[in-house]
Design a protein around this ligand. Structure first.
Ligand code: ASP
Ligand code: MG
Length: 419
């Protein structure tokens, strides 16, 4: 059993769908294969915008039309015959997306409704892929991941009920996979009570790992637009190195620090069952790519990781006493309630600072919750840089003359927040 995961870039236009089908044909082999797919191109970003407008009571029609137009173009190119079932299925989905948007109410939780709307990106893409592979004589069954990946209702970051999920996958999928391919939307889970959840942005990798865990697959293949797991994002760094082999441990840490290559939660379920993860290029499927598995290597090339859109929040006590464990407890409690993740933290005598992903709403609520007890200052629009396995040269390359607001160093890792 194998699991393939294709992200937005690998289905961004009709040619990309054709390329994907060729990969499935050539590299899927004769073995049983489950394919997880995320939303086309930048659809999730676009849906987030539409949803935000709907929630704020603004006119979202134009932005919605834009998304639909792009899907229709791909649809028309892949299925020139308007009578093909793909057209009808996509239109049905579009109608229910419109209904979901009309139902958006400012009095229901933002995050809960977000999941009900933004999930359509994966539904569109997976149904399109299902129909397209079918047309290419790659017989497959579309499954609704919301009926397999069972989660709690931590909207936008749902937690998987592993026991239930594993049971459902084990019981229901092998018989289907013995007959044909399976296509599943990534990113989505279900509460079991009719509501959709999402697993966090870029969560389709995690979906692939969850299915692989349940199926005890021989491997997961993530097909990307880069050669494999790189030591830096080529958007920012000209000379990247591709790791041919790397351990689960290194990869988890890189993902944790914000390397965009793999969703941070992907590795754990795979490592638990020693399922190797291959990162390969859909532009060069014959390339070697990266194998991530249970191995140990000595020194590896430094990895450079940038997290954008960070905020730095400092809490100071108001009465010139020191920051106490009790104060920290209060701050941590509020952060956890608002689901604000700490990417870096530091304390001094009278203040405590955290660097976190910037979410305007959450930051405002944090201030509301804590301003009675602390003087709170914050900066936004910051970057968090991490160099893993840093060397004097790598340090020089990055730090340069940037204005550093906070810095931390361990034996292997250097992190700093800057503008
Ligand atoms: N489409 C979702 C996102 O863009 C999930 C994914 O890409 O894996 O976040
Ligand atoms: Mg995506």
């Amino acid at each position: 059993m194998k699991v393939f995961k294709f992200g937005g870039a690998s289905i961004k236009n009709p040619e990309a769908f054709q390329n994907l089908a060729a990969i499935v044909q050539e590299h899927g082999g004769t073995s049983r294969l489950l394919i997880v797919v995320s939303a086309m191109g930048k659809t999730t970003d676009a849906l987030e915008q539409v949803y935000k407008q709907a929630f704020q009571g603004e006119d979202y029609q134009q932005a919605l039309q834009q998304i639909w137009l792009h899907h229709q173009q791909v649809l028309a190119a892949l299925f020139p015959d308007a009578a093909s079932p793909a057209h009808e299925r996509l239109e049905q989905l579009y109608t229910s997306l419109q209904q979901a948007l009309q139902a958006v109410s400012p009095s229901v939780s933002y995050d809960q409704q977000y999941d009900q709307v933004v999930s359509y990106g994966e539904l569109f893409a997976s149904v399109l892929l299902h129909c397209y592979l079918q047309q290419q004589s790659l017989q497959n069954t579309w499954i609704d991941s919301r009926r397999y990946i069972m989660t709690d209702n931590s909207w936008r970051e749902a937690k998987v009920d592993w026991a239930r999920t594993e049971r459902l996958i084990k019981r229901n999928l092998p018989p289907i996979l013995a007959q044909q391919l399976v296509v599943a939307p990534g990113f989505l889970g279900g509460t079991g009570k009719g509501l959709t959840t999402t697993l966090g942005r870029d969560g389709s990798d995690f979906s692939a790992a969850i299915f692989a865990y349940g199926l005890e697959a021989a491997g997961v293949w993530i097909w990307k637009d880069v050669e494999g797991l790189l030591n830096a994002d080529p958007k920012y760094f000209p000379d990247t190195v591709c790791y041919p082999e790397i351990s689960y441990q290194e990869t988890v840490e890189m993902a944790y620090y914000g390397a965009s290559v793999i969703h941070p939660k992907t590795i754990k379920p795979l490592a638990n069952k020693l399922i190797p993860l291959y990162v390969k290029s859909f532009l060069n499927p014959a390339g070697k790519g990266t194998k991530i598995f249970d191995c140990r290597f000595g020194k590896i090339a430094p990895a450079y990781i940038i997290k954008e859109n960070q905020c730095l929040v400092s809490f100071s006590v108001k009465d010139f006493t020191f920051i106490s464990e009790k104060n920290l407890g209060t701050i941590f409690h509020a952060l956890s309630e608002l689901r604000m993740k700490i990417n870096l933290m530091q304390n001094s005598a009278i203040s405590f600072s955290i660097c976190s992903d910037f979410h305007q709403e959450r930051l405002h609520r944090l201030i509301e919750m804590l301003h009675d007890q602390f003087v709170i200052h914050y900066n936004t629009n910051l970057h968090l840089y991490t160099i893993k396995n840093y060397t004097p040269e790598s340090l020089q390359l990055i730090v340069n003359d940037r204005k550093i607001l906070m810095e931390q160093r361990t034996r292997t890792t250097l992190q700093f927040v800057c503008q």
